[in-house]
Ligand binder design. Structure first.
Ligand SMILES: Nc1ncnc2c1ncn2[C@@H]1O[C@H](COP(=O)(O)OP(=O)(O)OP(=O)(O)O)[C@@H](O)[C@H]1O
Ligand SMILES: [Mg+2]
Length: 521
């Protein structure tokens, strides 16, 4: 028996000895096959090469309102087309241009225009394509992108949404993103050859979040802020997007004035919505009222089917009348363009203010006035009905935000000039407490101002609310009728609010006589 067993073991051993190389080879073959399959499944991301003559091309003429960025990019295009003039003076092509700004201001569009106009080879890839689960793959893709571009110099590389890989290093646990970014830094230093006629254009929303090494001269030496357009720019964008639409009695300048703060993408959306409104009316042309509806829809949201009961309607009417009244009386607040108590989006009603011009700086008083307008709705509810509702939650949130930034970011309080806690400066408990009190003081000051205005102008409040309940939407003319003869307050430097007599009340001396002080204490 034992002899039989031992001979069997021996047989197995010899078999294994003879066949082991074959088994091993089969095993490796299976392994290689498996890896090959995995590689096939992995997404292949090739950089997109855009030919200047491609069908969907965008030209610089299609972009309005971002002249600074256009100027910078035009220069690069010139440089790549004919470098002699610049090289004669010893100038080098800038290596990188970083377009940054809020979403929808036209960064991707600018890059497309460069692709069309430069005559250079253009390679585009979104930074998100570099982010992959497999370590080192992102870096390899960057290497490949630059290698391909270098072969076709003069060339432009466009990396969209740079934030995806450009964030500060050290924050990514896996290290894959850092590796990708390091590779980008190395490639931009251009150690691996090329004639130096390779420009990298990148687009990003948040400059603050990007790694400082990316931003130093020699990499993205030019950083161009692509801001939302000003009033002239908005008119230009509207003109671009209505080029192929039949327009009726529309004044684009007026539409531009009504859309302060909106980006190019918003304006494009408004033009499209206006065309849809006109088509729904089966009108042959797009008219001013289509644009009005479109603006309302884009700014305030889609009209909702919520039905309010009579009491709720009264509350909303007084709430909006409170906002509008404060807005009409205070000197630095934009004039009210329209009040509505038709529910839209999440809002039950809204007051639309129209800035007369684009403004870039605000004083403490102007911010306080704005807070007063925001609190006007809540105060009107309290004055009229003796109770408050949940309707003011959005206003209260914005008031809190403004008060916070006033004290912490703009140092409009008294407790030191240090930046906010999130600004990276440590503040003592005492400073924080003082600032907290200051915030509350500012809010209280605004609330008292609103209370004073509303109590003193109760007849106008009632009239506005009454008209709103009757007609649901009040335009500038209707508001003017209610406010006729009521003087707008004025603020002399260093003094609180004063009531200035309206022109018709004081013959010969328009807007000077001081009747009584309405200084918020
Ligand atoms: N200055 C402009 N002139 C004309 N159209 C514009 C302009 N800015 C934006 N648009 C319109 O808005 C659309 C979106 O713009 P784009 O894709 O360039 O935004 P972006 O700045 O790249 O935004 P994001 O940061 O979100 O990527 C464009 O396709 C275009 O129709
Ligand atoms: Mg973009």
């Amino acid at each position: 028996m034992t002899v039989l067993a031992s001979s069997f073991v021996q047989e197995v051993q010899t078999w294994a000895y003879n066949w082991s190389p074959v088994v091993m080879m089969l095993f490796f073959a299976a392994l290689i096959y498996l890896m090959w399959r995995t590689l096939k499944v992995m997404p292949k991301v090739k950089p997109q090469q855009i030919k200047p003559s491609s069908g969907q091309s965008v030209s610089f003429a299609d972009i309005a309102g971002v002249d600074d960025a256009k100027g910078e990019l035009r220069e690069i295009v010139e440089f790549l087309r004919d470098p002699r003039e610049f090289e004669a003076l010893g100038a080098k092509v800038p290596k990188g241009i970083l377009l940054h700004g809020p979403p929808g201001t036209g960064k991707t569009l600018l890059a497309k225009a460069v692709a069309h106009e430069s005559g250079a080879q253009f390679f585009a890839q979104s930074a998100a394509a570099f982010v992959e689960m497999f370590a080192g793959l992102g870096a390899a893709r960057i290497r490949r992108l630059f290698a391909i571009a270098r072969k076709h110099e003069p060339a432009i590389i466009f990396i969209d949404e740079l934030d995806a890989v450009g964030g500060r290093r050290g924050s990514d646990i896996s290290g894959e993103k850092d590796q990708t970014l390091n590779q980008l830094l190395v490639e931009m230093d251009g150690f691996s050859g090329g004639s130096g006629r390779l420009v990298v254009i990148a687009a990003s929303n948040l400059l603050d979040k990007l790694d400082p090494a990316l931003l130093r001269p020699g990499r993205f030496d030019r950083q161009v802020f692509v801001a939302p357009p000003d009033v002239k720019g908005r008119e230009g964008v509207l003109a671009v997007h209505t080029r192929d639409k039949p327009l009726g009695d529309v004044e684009l300048g007026l539409v531009a004035a009504q859309t302060s703060g909106l980006t190019g993408a918003d304006l494009a959306n408004i033009c499209n919505e206006a065309a849809i409104f006109a088509a729904r009316r089966r009108a042959p042309q797009i008219c001013a009222r289509d644009f009005d509806s479109a603006i309302e829809r884009v700014i305030a949201g889609v009209q909702s089917r919520r039905v309010l009961n009579d009491h709720e309607k009264r509350v909303v009417a007084y709430h909006e009348a409170g906002h509008a009244l404060c807005g009409e009386l205070l000197p630095s607040v934009d004039r009210v363009h329209r009040i509505s108590i038709v529910p839209r989006g999440r809002a039950l009603g809204y007051t639309l203010n129209l800035p007369a011009e684009d403004r870039y700086l605000k004083t403490r008083e102007e911010l306080l006035d704005y807070m007063t307008v925001l609190l006007g709705g809540r105060v009107a509810e309290r004055v009229v009905f003796g109770q408050v509702t949940t309707g003011a939650s959005d206003d209260l949130k914005r008031v809190a935000e403004i008060a916070h930034t006033m004290v912490h970011d703009f140092a409009m309080g008294t407790a030191g000039l240090g930046r906010s806690p999130d600004g990276g400066v440590r503040l003592s408990e005492t400073t924080l407490r003082i600032r907290d009190e200051e915030r509350q003081d500012l809010t209280e000051e605004a609330r008292r101002a609103a209370q004073k205005l509303i109590v003193a102008h109760r007849p106008q409040l009632d009239a506005l609310a009454g008209e709103l309940l009757e007609r649901e939407v009040l335009d500038r003319d209707a508001i003017d009728r209610v406010m006729a003869g009521v003087p707008r307050l004025e603020r002399a430097p260093g003094v609180g609010l004063r009531v200035v007599a309206a022109a018709q009340a004081l013959e010969g001396a328009p807007g000077v006589a001081v009747t009584h002080d309405a200084q918020p204490e």
